[in-house]
Design a protein around this ligand. Sequence first.
Ligand SMILES: [Zn+2]
Length: 288
Amino acid sequence: MRRSRSPPRPEAILTVAAMLRQLPGGLPGDQGRRRSYAFRRADGALEMALADAVNEAGDTPDAVSRALLASLAELAGERPGRAAVDALCVADRQFLMRALAAHLGHQGGWFDATCMHCASPFDFRLDPTGLPVKEAGDAFPLARLVLDDKPLTLRVPCGADQIRVLREPVEQRREALLRGLEVPDPESGSALPDQLTQEHIAHCEAALEAQAPEITREVAACCPECGQVNSVGIDPYAVLAHNPAGLLAEVHRLAWHYHWSEADILALPRGRRKNYLALIDAARGMTG
Ligand SMILES: [Zn+2]
């Protein structure tokens, strides 16, 4: 006879992940950059919160902020709010989204590509968390340069800047982004010219790139058909596209079998959930 019973109680939901690494950029603090972070435990509740965050988001940078808010237990020594995840530089946000994929057990896998030389489709195996990360420059999050003989200070763009420029017409975004990044001199005011040329913009972007951290977003993959090397883009936000249908099916099977509530099942650590599913399969094998 089946009886409704709660699964073994998990430890606190907010247990800090054992794996504590450092952000390539970090947030500014009194004693320099604060680079620590830790994810919440990888359980079904986190996977479901992530799926909800993506559903509720208006655009990709908003989805990244919501996903980070749902998944980070600690950021720069504190429990993060929306302002903190929005203030992370773009590369930190990409780095975290890739780390989150690994944290949820999605790291590594097969990537599809089409050869740009012979048009053959091919696939290759890759673990994006193992790709190189460029550290921030010494002046990060600032970049100092001279533009038209005037000293100019810019700040490396963050999530809030990405969200802000999405409200601008596409053709004005590069300039709108840049104008929002200036740290004006309190005495002399803005050093950015009223009319920004393509050269101005390129000069500013180069100065920012020199200070900004960066994660690898392109890899060289060899086509097995013709042997030529292809450059293949690796989406840093791939974890956002993860479909929760599989998780829902697992919750359904466990609820059906054990009569546990959705909340109880989602609170199970991922590994334990998988173990129970394996036990259900084994039992079915014995009886069927
Ligand atoms: Zn080829």
